[in-house]
Write a protein that binds this ligand. Sequence first.
Ligand SMILES: *Cc1c(COP(=O)(O)O)cnc(C)c1O
Length: 463
Amino acid sequence: MQNNIKEDLHFFNELINELIDDELKNPVADAIPTNELNEKFDLELRSSPAIAEDFKKELKNLVLNTPKSSSKLFFNQLFGGRHSKAILGDLLAVMLNNSMATYKIAGPQVAVEKEIIKQVNNLIGYPQGCGGTFPTGGSMSNFMSLVMARDKINGEIRNKGMHGKLVAYTSENSHYSIAKNAAFTGLGRDNIRYVESDEHGRINVEAFKNQVETDILNGFTPFYINATAGTTVLGAFDSVVDLAPICKKHNIWLHLDGAFGGSVIFSEKHKHLVEGIELTDSFCFNAHKTLGAPLSASVIVVRDNNYLYNSFNNEASYLYQTDDENYNLGQTSFECGRRNNALKFWTLWKAIGTDGIAKIVDYEFHLADTARNYVKENTDYILYSFDDSLSICFNYKDYDPQDLCTKLYQHNKLMVGFGHFHENTFVRLVTINGENSEKDILNFFKIMEEFVCDNSDLIKRIQ
Ligand SMILES: *Cc1c(COP(=O)(O)O)cnc(C)c1O
């Protein structure tokens, strides 16, 4: 088969049109048991080329049988939907295929990225000298913040390796990347203190303060806290205003992980949830989670860009062959060759404006209210999550949430997951797809209730 871009893009259009129609008719792809994969697909790679017709047929088979993460019945992850303006930008980024390391290879795309960073910094109110970059995701954003904090407290570690008794803090409900990042940075998983949360899933500020003081007494050096704006399960917002003075007093880097809920910075109505955000040292959010941009579109901003530069620059004369340092973004990124993840966010933002983004955020909170009210008003449900959250955590009658989610998936009804908080396990519905309507959200409950009604013998009960 020929290497023919026009022909393949033509086929791409054909295939995508089919996918879009299919998503409406079959919003949940058939669950395929792993032992049936061989039967269902011809994935084997052979020494001989495929025949054109077979190749197309197999590709279509693969595309139409992949979980449909943009459909109206997908609530399984913290992303969903697809905004056409962001898709447009991302497809162009694929075609342009720049690397964001230098101005010489990315040209005006560098300015696209810098404009987003500047606007985000304006929204949160960081002072002159701030900066940022587009890491591969929230996990990488958290990693970069930890590296900066480590290098701030001790500039020798980057050359000589870790020594001393550094300790970092996070919430017991924080994202699992914090533990991995502790391992990667040389801090060590055991040197993370998981601070208990209050009854709403927010860091207990008093407990944090006490832990810091105890650690100092015991000869440790506290240097970093990862607070969360929208915890992965409950969607809780740690109190930045309350944490900031403690961090300031003890010279602790305050990172706010807004991978899930950080897009509230766009909303007049909801940005109070991150009150004090301008006091943080770094902040990240994922436009691919709540704003309908495709994976991944993650931004980290830092109060003082010198830290980003100090931790991530390196000499590379084969790479940096033009001058203007500020436009050679490779000096402040983790990667060398770095995909252009800014363009899709820029096309979205440019097309709908900051007001349009705020509307998406507000609407998702409105959908959350719709879902929460439904649960609250119905005695067959118990609610485990709280107001001001895009997560609605509940149990229905006495059905085992884990088994219920699995059976809904196996029967191709709904994609939804479960979560835990303290001793409870529950279904976690997330209203992160701004393309859903109130009706779609109520339809979620309807489909679930009908499924339970028809299959009640099949689903385990809570013991
Ligand atoms: C999703 C999530 C992350 C990880 O983001 P990725 O882009 O998936 O790496 C980090 N923190 C929180 C709170 C999240 O919800």
